[in-house]
Design a protein. Structure first.
Length: 395
């Protein structure tokens, strides 16, 4: 067991602890007391309407999780066999799963300095088979959407916006979740709004919204006899219990975003000059302020160790971490399927091996951040000293 200089066991800091603001318990208890616990309960519709309004969308379709939301969005747009979808290599695998399963062809681009897709590479990837562009807002900032939307308009393409990590962020003066033809969100416990598990599809087109609702609910058609189906969907419904929790969380979204930015800026002030680390910027080239969904750092090129070594050392002092995403073109499952042969994306490959994030949950106090930052600094100072003395190379 790790201990400090005084011999007392160190307190462990998990990578995420969610924040509950006060009335969530009451809202969830009401579901139990009234018996409305399934997806038929009134909180689901209320959550959909309020989340859609927050994103300036006409329609919200609550579902089981963020992966379900992407599955629904891809199928609702009619993407199928042979259709090409341009997307980043650097993302979580749920972004690509339904594209591949549905027979569409993922066409990958590399990342830029913000960890988002490099939008300057998109135009060259468009062919006569291209049907959509999937934009995944990643970690700190939204994708630069203006050139994406311009290309989509020029070529008649659909734009899917994965806003799972940017709830409460803005893009082009609009809320994330409100850009493109269709948007998706996740309400996993590390998001700015949590329902435990949960997700949502957001759009403006009423026909598209109705298609999403049917896909979410096994393609039951309310206008026809029950148990007669003309398409295949999923049971991806959100329960009333989850939606009630989401309503309690949504009421405090502005506070959540403000607190995340306070945590991120405090970490940056505490870690300035920390050897071996590249810290995230506070503002990007488009003037958007970092939302600090997570506090992601990258090892300097001068550090010979990779992220795994740094994370192992942080685990030894009870600081939870997570590695960055692993690129899609390097995923074993897709290599086995014969996808992405010969492709290389240097930025995605670098940040996957050299990036990680430290505890970033909303429940962190300022004192927690100070303690974590001190442990991070000590670990990095030791790592850099070990490398300078030849320890790391020898080991």
């Amino acid at each position: 067991m790790a201990s400090g200089d005084n011999g007392i066991a160190l307190r462990a800091f998990p990578v995420n602890t969610p924040k509950f603001w006060g009335n969530e318990k009451e809202l969830v208890a009401n579901c139990v007391e009234t018996g409305w616990i399934s997806s038929e309960g009134p909180a689901v519709k209320e959550f959909e309407e309020k989340m859609a309004a927050a994103c300036k969308r006409e329609h919200g379709i609550a579902c089981a999780n963020g992966t379900a939301a992407i599955d629904i969005a891809v199928k609702a747009l009619g993407l199928g066999a042979g259709d090409e979808v341009i997307m980043p290599s650097f993302c979580i695998i749920s972004c690509i799963t339904q594209i591949v399963r549905g027979g569409s062809i993922p066409v990958l681009v590399d990342s830029d300095s913000t960890f988002n897709m490099d939008v300057t590479q998109v135009a060259a990837k468009i062919t006569l088979k291209t049907k959509a562009i999937l934009c995944v807002h990643t970690y700190h900032f939204p994708v630069d959407m203006e050139p994406i939307l311009r290309l989509a308009k020029e070529h008649g393409l659909r734009v899917i916006e994965d806003a799972a990590e940017m709830i409460g962020q803005t893009c082009m003066g609009k809320p994330c979740g409100g850009v493109g033809d269709i948007s998706t969100m996740s309400f996993y416990p590390n998001k700015h709004i949590t329902t435990g598990e949960g997700g949502m599809v957001l759009c403006d087109d009423p026909v598209l919204a109705e298609k999403c609702r049917q896909l979410r609910n096994l393609c039951f058609d309310p206008k026809k006899r029950r148990f007669v189906h003309e398409d295949l969907g999923w049971n991806y419904r959100m329960t009333n219990l989850q939606a009630a929790l989401g309503l309690g969380q949504l009421a405090h979204l502005d506070q959540a975003v403000q607190r995340k930015r306070e945590i991120g800026r405090l970490y940056t002030s505490l870690l300035q000059g920390c050897p071996g680390l590249v810290l995230p910027a506070d503002v990007n080239a488009q003037g958007e302020t970092n939302i600090y969904w997570i506090y992601g750092v990258e090892l300097l090129s001068s550090v010979r160790a990779d992220a795994e070594e740094a994370m192992k050392r942080l685990a030894d002092v009870k600081v939870g971490t997570r590695p960055f995403f692993w690129p899609m073109h390097e995923q074993p499952i897709f290599q086995e399927m014969g996808l992405f042969k010969g492709l290389t994306f240097p930025v995605a490959e670098r940040i996957a091996r050299r990036g990680f994030y430290i505890p970033s949950g909303l429940a962190l106090t300022d004192d927690d951040c100070r303690e974590i930052a001190q442990r991070v600094r000590t670990v990095m100072e030791t790592l850099c000293k070990d490398e300078a003395s030849g320890y790391a190379a020898a080991s």
